[in-house]
Design a protein around this ligand. Structure first.
Ligand code: NAP
Ligand code: ZN
Length: 352
């Protein structure tokens, strides 16, 4: 057992304080990682503020982790000390069910173990990347290609795979029209990845304030959703609408943007239910679906794809004491485009 400096929230309204947390001893198949960078995902905010009603306090969020291997257990074959590695949303699963066997650990039949806020059989609760170190089964450790900047790669561990998976599943590529709704952390990565896949990308953002950025990320068009004409102009246009918005949306309005057989896939997870009349789906045989992160093999595929195509997150680096302020700015859509905590410099071990 070792202890590492970390941040924790003790209630929905507490904000973060510094603490020390325990990490388990390095087991035979474990990789011990010294964390350098931790991205701030809007899911961290939903959970730290108990917006999904399932938070175990104290909570240490963080599932966009990049660091270096410090030590490996004797049975580890894939990693060695000094390598730059990542950890995303998951740290364990049964490893034997049909989904795990298929590399879709995110759907593990026994319940996947999230990087933070998952209760374990011993009574403890997993703690995430707002900490200086973590010990993870090697099956859940990703190789960060050297072509990627480690800080700008961190958000790919969640924002990258969460958008890559549905873009692949629903066939984003040449000749396909993809709309990305919301250009925050997930959305800006989605624009870059969909463009790199060869799709014709349109951004639907609340205003035109980030239009230049969207076009620079690879979008062909950029419209403001607060302008009702946007929905008239783009009616029936898209093969795929990827919704990354963290708040409620009038979903039928977005369905109207789809071609026959078009897909509206939500990765944004606001707590409120959708209101959809069956006719809005039946009329053009539209598909309304969602997507949850992705499996480990596809996460590695995504990192390799991003390295090959020069896709990295746009980030604003902050210190460990700036997380509360960063949360408020994310909620206000005032983020360009992902906050990443400089763990190495601002959450160091005592005496380091
Ligand atoms: P984010 O950085 O806050 O981006 C969300 C974007 O949504 C904002 O930048 C904004 O884009 C738009 N938006 C925010 N409030 C809005 C409102 N009231 N009306 C319309 N648009 C609004 O958040 P994120 O980290 O990308 O996460 C987005 C959502 O995905 C969260 O709900 C998160 O929990 C969820 N998520 C899901 C998965 C999964 O596996 N399904 C994984 C990770 C995250 P514009 O400024 O461009 O309008
Ligand atoms: Zn996330």
């Amino acid at each position: 057992m070792s202890t590492v400096p970390a941040l924790e929230a003790v209630s929905a309204a507490s904000g973060f304080r510094r603490t020390e947390i325990d990490r388990r001893p390095v087991g035979p198949r474990d990789v011990e990682i010294e964390i350098d960078w931790a991205g701030i995902c809007h899911s961290d905010i939903h959970i730290a503020r108990d917006e999904w009603g399932a938070t175990s306090y104290p909570v240490t969020p963080g599932h966009e982790i990049v660091g270096r291997v410090l030590a490996v257990g004797e049975e580890v074959t894939g990693f060695s000390p000094g390598e730059t590695v990542g950890v995303g949303c998951y740290v364990d699963s049964c490893g034997t069910c049909e989904y795990c066997a298929d590399g879709r650990e995110n759907f593990c039949a026994e319940g996947v173990v999230a990087t933070y806020n998952t209760p374990l059989p011993d009574g403890s609760v997993t703690r995430g990347g707002y900490s200086r170190g973590v010990v993870v089964d090697e099956r859940f450790v990703l190789r960060v290609p050297q072509a990627l900047d480690p800080a700008r790669a961190a958000p790919l561990l969640c924002a990258g795979i969460t958008t890559y998976a549905p873009l692949r599943r629903w066939g984003a590529g040449p000749g396909r029209r993809v709309a990305v709704v919301g250009m925050g952390g997930l959305g800006h990565v989605a624009v870059k990845i969909a463009a790199a896949m060869g799709a014709e990308v349109t951004v639907l953002s609340q205003s035109l304030a980030k239009r230049q950025d969207g076009l620079a990320f690879g979008a062909r068009d950029y419209f403001a959703t607060k302008d009702p004409e946007t929905f008239e102009r783009n009616r029936g246009r898209f093969d795929l609408v990827l919704n990354t918005v963290s708040a409620d949306l009038p979903v039928e309005q977005y369905l109207s943007l789809l071609r026959v057989d078009g897909v509206l896939c939500s990765v944004g997870l606001p707590p409120e239910p959708y209101s959809v009349r069956p006719m809005a789906l039946a009329a053009r045989q539209r598909v309304l679906t969602g997507s949850m992160v992705g499996g480990l093999p596809q996460t590695q595929e995504m990192l390799d794809f991003c390295a090959e195509h020069g896709v990295e997150s746009e980030i604003e680096v902050i210190g460990a004491d700036d997380v509360d302020e960063a949360y408020d700015r994310v909620v206000a859509s005032d983020v360009r485009y992902r906050f990443v905590v400089d763990v190495a410099r601002t959450l160091a071990r005592a005496g380091a």
